[in-house]
Design a binder for this molecule. Structure first.
Ligand code: 57M
Length: 361
């Protein structure tokens, strides 16, 4: 919005020219959302406590989680508010991709919000049924994919590009919709599965959005995109501002979610963060890069798939002490901060690996 208001004034006042730069607006979007999150945080946490929107810790958790009983949840609202306000302030509001990402992000947040509401206010620990939740997520993902195809000017939306192999390009045609649903819904649920220890989901999310600041910027810049042999997606640079807002909001949330957490994000946070990450990777044509930078989410999801598969194949034997894998390490006796920080380190290294794909093409 500030771009739309102030940039036209640059004809008369050169200082407003600065609003033209995505880099400038991304940095300020990040700072703005961080400040909003840190200021609103205590108020929202107080409100959640007052409304008794708190976590019920189910019986089968590792014992240590008993102490977490009563911690307010649905803190994801803080992330949604601060990142959305900051994006609306700093992005070019004529950009279609910004609206598409916000659409998927907010609607998935509403699905999570409803789930959290059933669990905490209606006191039904099962929440929204898995089937209903999945169908709602799929509807949002399909409409998102259709919107992406609709605004695609270069006719590349349905194509799959590979890092490392610049000539590997596959047109998925109608299967693209299925693929997009897999990425968006898969990432959404993967972040949700990861969200089981303080700060465990938010920091890898921050790192992933941080990485996508760069990928969105480069994909939207014709010279850089051609030089680096990555697909050029006109207008995608503006998504750097959304990603910057997510980094700021995520760090602001971490302020309160850091061990020992004063608030959890709830499904309203985890599902929407994952959905936005998946959508961005699809728009900038870097879905495989998402699997690398979001390797912690992939690892957590794989651990569940392997655990369930192994359990069924062996009639009741377990591969890990408990899945998702962070519980395995807890049961092995690692302290919670140690697991969290080690997963952050892994996530940071994976981001470097993802960035290296820019040069290895
Ligand atoms: C939600 N929710 C956390 C909090 C957070 C198929 C199966 C693997 C599904 C999986 C599952 O239900 N996962 C999704 C995980 C819960 O956190 C709440 O949920 C929100 C995210 N949706 O924001 O509101 C608990 O996690 C802890 N927590 C923190 N800090 C945080 O910042 O400590 C969360 C955020 C909180 C808190 O204790 O109460 C969760 O873990 O329940 N199911 C599982 O993950 C279960 N695994 C399992 O059953 N494994 C089996 C099979 C099926 C693979 C096995 O290994 O044999 C675990 N869930 C629970 N206990 N509750 C097992 C242990």
């Amino acid at each position: 919005m500030l771009y739309n208001i102030f940039y036209p004034l640059s004809e008369h006042f050169i200082i407003f020219n600065v609003f033209k730069y995505i880099t400038f607006r991304t940095i300020y979007a990040l700072i703005t959302s961080f400040i909003i999150a840190v200021i609103l945080g205590p108020k929202i946490i107080k409100r959640l406590k007052k409304m008794q929107i708190s976590q019920k810790v189910k019986g089968y958790e590792p014992e240590r989680h008993k102490e977490k009983e009563g911690t307010p949840t649905m803190g994801g609202i803080l992330i949604i508010i601060s990142s959305t306000v900051s994006t609306l302030l700093w992005a070019d509001l004529r950009n279609s991709y910004i609206w598409i990402v916000l659409y998927g992000y907010i609607f998935t947040a509403l699905i999570g919000l409803y789930d959290d509401y059933i669990k905490t206010v209606k006191k039904n620990p099962e929440g929204l049924s898995a089937r209903r939740k999945f169908i709602s997520q799929v509807i949002v993902a399909i409409t998102t994919a259709l919107l992406i195809i609709w605004v695609d000017r270069a006719n590349i939306a349905t194509k799959l590009f590979f890092p490392f192999f610049k000539n590997w390009i596959f047109d998925l045609s109608y299967f693209y919709i299925l693929f997009a649903v897999f990425i968006i819904v898969g990432t959404s649920n993967a972040v949700n599965l990861t969200d089981g220890l303080d700060g465990l989901a938010i920091m890898p999310s921050v790192i992933s959005f941080g990485t996508f600041i760069l990928f969105a910027y480069l994909a939207g810049h014709i010279k850089f995109a051609n030089y680096l042999h990555i697909p050029y997606v006109s207008g995608s640079g503006e998504l750097s501002i959304f990603c910057g807002s997510m980094v700021g909001a995520g760090l602001g949330f971490l302020w309160f979610n850091a061990f020992p957490a004063s608030v959890f994000m709830g499904d309203v946070g985890s599902l929407s963060i994952g959905s936005a990450l998946g959508t961005i990777s699809i728009i900038v044509k870097q879905e495989i890069v998402l699997a690398i930078v979001g390797g912690v989410f992939v690892l957590e999801t794989l651990s569940v798939i392997l655990q369930v598969g192994f359990f069924k194949a062996t009639n009741g034997k377990r591969l890990f002490r408990m899945a998702p894998i962070h519980h395995h390490f807890e049961l092995k006796g690692w302290s919670e901060p140690k697991i969290i920080v080690r997963f952050w380190i892994l996530s940071f290294l994976l981001a470097l690996l993802a960035l290296s794909t820019l040069k290895l093409r």
